[in-house]
Design a protein around this ligand. Structure first.
Ligand code: NAP
Length: 247
């Protein structure tokens, strides 16, 4: 098992990619703190499945915009497991609109969750890893942070920001044995993409050389790799999991 004895905090683990990451890390032996925000039942379901499978897990509510709630997660993780070895910054939202129609609220809401949220967890939980002189931070960016996307100025800017945060944290934390990497998924079948109009889905799919959407599990396997000893010499990188969309 690649993550035996490690402890992983995963934001947005109530569904989609975060849920798949939580289950994949647990199946490799990690103790998991699965975080949900509005859907705490979803996070509890993930934790229950892990425990039923013989693993260790805890579910909590945490809004990544709220530093007090993240501090509470860190305290609970340390009380239950004694350390935090892996942080997956996965929580994310979309509020799509063309730039001329995008409201300031739509801009700020996406920035707050997707970028400020990852900053706060990196600051609070990354500090614990700094003290432990070991840790892995995995940020979920997006291919649109690299290539842009009409209707997603807020979202693609937040995901490009995640890449800046990843590279800066990788440089700041490297001396303490903490690696920081990003995954840039392409078109992955989750509730987030299910909501897209059919025409947008068809247009997105036409950009994917492998000709199909990815699964949350295909992203999760890369997160497991980055958290494992196999990735010990990798930091500050962005790995696209996109069926060839970005090449
Ligand atoms: P999803 O199914 O919509 O799940 C989003 C998750 O984020 C949920 O667990 C949600 O928690 C959580 N979340 C939202 N706002 C939050 C907040 N304020 N505080 C804490 N958690 C919050 O989305 P997904 O497709 O799995 O996406 C996961 C990540 O991958 C996101 O960062 C997304 O941008 C990125 N991504 C997705 C795709 C794709 O094609 N699906 C592509 C590229 C990147 P609750 O439901 O409990 O509120």
């Amino acid at each position: 098992m690649k993550l035996a004895g490690r402890v992983a905090i995963i934001t947005g683990a109530s569904k989609g990619i975060g849920r798949a990451v939580a289950l994949a890390m647990a199946s490799e032996g990690a103790g998991v703190i699965a975080l949900g925000n509005t859907d705490v039942a979803g996070a509890e379901d993930v934790a229950r499945r892990i425990v039923e499978g013989g693993g260790q897990a805890l579910a909590m509510k945490a809004d990544v915009r709220n530093a007090d709630e993240i501090q509470a997660v860190l305290r609970a993780a340390l009380e239950r497991f004694g350390s935090v070895d892996i942080l997956v910054n996965n929580a994310g939202i979309t509020r799509d609109n063309f730039i001329f129609r995008m409201t300031e609220d739509e801009w700020l809401e996406v920035m707050d969750v997707n970028l400020k949220g990852a900053f706060l967890t990196t600051k609070i939980i990354g500090h614990q890893m700094f003290r432990q002189r070991a840790g892995r931070i995995i940020n979920i960016s997006s291919v649109v942070g690299l290539r842009g996307n009409p209707g997603q100025a807020n979202y693609s800017s937040s995901k490009a920001g995640i890449i800046g945060l990843t590279k800066t944290a990788a440089r700041e934390f490297a001396g303490r044995g903490v690696t920081v990497n990003a995954i840039a998924p392409g078109f992955i079948a989750t509730q987030m993409t299910e909501r897209l109009p059919e025409a947008s889905k068809t247009a997105l799919l036409s950009l994917v050389p492998l000709g199909r959407p990815g699964t949350p599990e295909e992203v999760a396997r890369v997160a497991v790799f980055l958290a494992s000893d196999d990735a010990s010499y990798i930091t500050g990188q962005v790995i696209c999991v996109d069926g060839g969309m970005t090449m």
